[in-house]
Write a protein that binds this ligand. Structure first.
Ligand SMILES: Cc1ncc(COP(=O)(O)O)c(C=O)c1O
Length: 461
């Protein structure tokens, strides 16, 4: 995978190209600039979520159709951002549109269960093999409720997570992500650090992070915590990390985690907010063949509407069934969302759709890998299902420490600018990846590779 005989990239050349591409993007997005000025008077930072911030202004979108989006300046782009990986169905899919319209005519919200909520749960049960389900409205709600259920089930408070993994914006999981390299701590004793202000220290201390792809390190930390009387209630993790680009589990890692969590009586939660329904019909659980005690879903589930779900074993969900834990929410299982999810699961995200996503992703990965080899760039292409990225690093990234030590952030920034200026709408941020949709064609995928090749040629000219 990794190309070790890479050329030395001239740092000044990167800076020059960043400057040139930023100027071009600013010139092409003057209506976004005007919108930003207006927005900033009413929306903090001019955006609805801090993840939408961008300097000097965000790109405001107007519409999307199939594999494409248009911004307020009329720039037409292939969408590889896809709503941070939520729109695997593509934009305005007719089957989902029909389901939403039909449901609207029948009323959109009752805070009482409807048949679609049952149908969606039946389908999730079939895909994940987990017998019991509940709904939420977002990924953060899913991981928040899953952790509470796991704590109640295990009757313990400590939560173990993977250092560098993002699981949403509630306090317990806003710990040990996105910190500077020198603050990480020792590999065997990684630090618990708040991600931003406003998170109580007592909560931070209750969350313990361990490195990805190192089951022995996880077990050693569990044993130490057990000796200290703070054995974790659960391990919450992505089976393949999707917030450091894409980091795949090494052979045997997930099996070892499954084995050790079972032996220690710790609930294993696969956070499939990004992987679920994007990398296979049954998510990472099906793709990697390791069954957790709980999964959390969101993003792709709602076909573009806010949605989330939690799946678990009967034993774990017993604490909800017997009303020890209140798993609640006014909009949980909202009929409009459930209608969209039903159409998405039964009519759009079909076995053929996943075959297409796999073939398209293979083509993108192979195309990017060929460019890397041709221009001898320091990096490699990596992905699974609808997800992938070029990781700019001379070494394979296996966890947060190797990511922080080796990722070339400036090349990531430059790649984003090249994409945006060449009709490829991409996730901002050095830790993101592309998400394909079922309506992207091979030619659409080739547009991504072409933009990447242009950058490679300019960098090495
Ligand atoms: C793995 C994972 N879990 C949870 C979340 C939180 O989801 P939401 O933004 O819908 O709250 C995210 C968001 O990106 C995520 O990537």
């Amino acid at each position: 995978m990794a190309v070790n005989a890479a050329v030395q990239i001239d740092r000044l050349r990167i800076k020059e190209l960043i400057e040139r591409e930023e100027k071009a993007l600013n010139e092409a997005t003057r209506k976004s600039e005007a919108m930003y000025k207006r927005a900033h008077a009413v929306l903090t930072g001019g955006v609805a979520s801090s993840y939408q911030l961008r300097d000097p202004w965000p790109i405001y979108l107007e519409r999307g159709a199939g594999p494409k989006v248009w911004d307020v300046d009329g720039n037409e782009m292939y969408d590889f951002h896809n709503g941070f990986g939520s729109m695997v169905q593509g934009h305005a899919h007719p089957a989902i549109g029909k389901a939403i319209r039909d449901r609207y005519e029948m009323g959109t919200h009752f805070a009482a269960p409807t048949e679609d909520a049952v149908v969606v749960a039946e389908e999730l049960q079939r895909r994940w093999g987990l017998p019991r389900w509940r709904y939420t409205n977002s990924g953060s709600e899913s991981t928040m409720d899953a952790i509470r259920i796991a704590r109640a089930y295990a009757k313990r408070d400590t939560v173990m997570k993977i250092f560098g993994s993002y699981h949403g914006h509630h306090d317990t999981v806003m710990v040990s992500i996105g910190v500077e390299y020198d603050k990480i701590g020792d590999h065997d004793n990684l630090a618990s650090l708040p991600y931003g202000a406003g998170i109580p220290q007592a909560t931070v201390d209750m969350t313990v992070a361990v490195p990805f792809n190192d089951a022995p390190a996880m077990e050693r930390r569990i044993e130490r915590l057990t000796e200290e009387g703070r054995k974790p209630a659960c391990v919450i993790m992505e089976a393949a990390m999707m917030n450091l680009g894409v980091v795949l589990p090494e052979p045997g890692y997930l099996e070892a985690v499954r084995d050790l969590t079972r032996r220690h009586g710790i609930v294993l939660v696969f956070d499939e907010v990004k992987t679920g329904l994007a990398i296979a019909a049954g998510g990472a659980t099906a793709r990697f063949g390791v069954e957790p005690d709980m999964v959390t879903l969101a993003k792709t589930l709602g076909g573009g509407l806010p949605s989330g779900a939690i799946g678990a074993t009967e034993e774990v969900f017993e604490v909800v069934e017997n009303e020890k834990v209140y798993q609640v929410g006014t909009f949980n299982g909202n009929p409009l969302t459930m209608a969209a999810a039903r159409a998405s699961l039964l009519e759009v995200l079909t076995p053929d759709a996943y075959e297409h996503l796999d073939a398209l992703n293979d083509r993108l990965l192979a195309g990017c890998e060929a460019v890397i080899e041709r221009y001898r760039l320091p990096g490699y292409a990596v992905g699974v299902g609808a997800k992938g990225c070029v990781t700019f690093s001379p070494e394979t990234i296996v966890d947060y420490e190797t990511y922080k030590a080796h990722q070339d952030g400036e090349l990531c920034d430059l790649a984003w600018l090249y994409n945006m200026n060449r009709g490829v709408f991409m996730t901002p941020g050095r830790e993101e990846e592309w998400t394909l949709s079922v309506v992207h064609s091979f030619e659409d995928g080739d547009a991504f590779v072409a933009a990447f090749e242009e950058m490679a040629a300019d960098l090495t000219a």
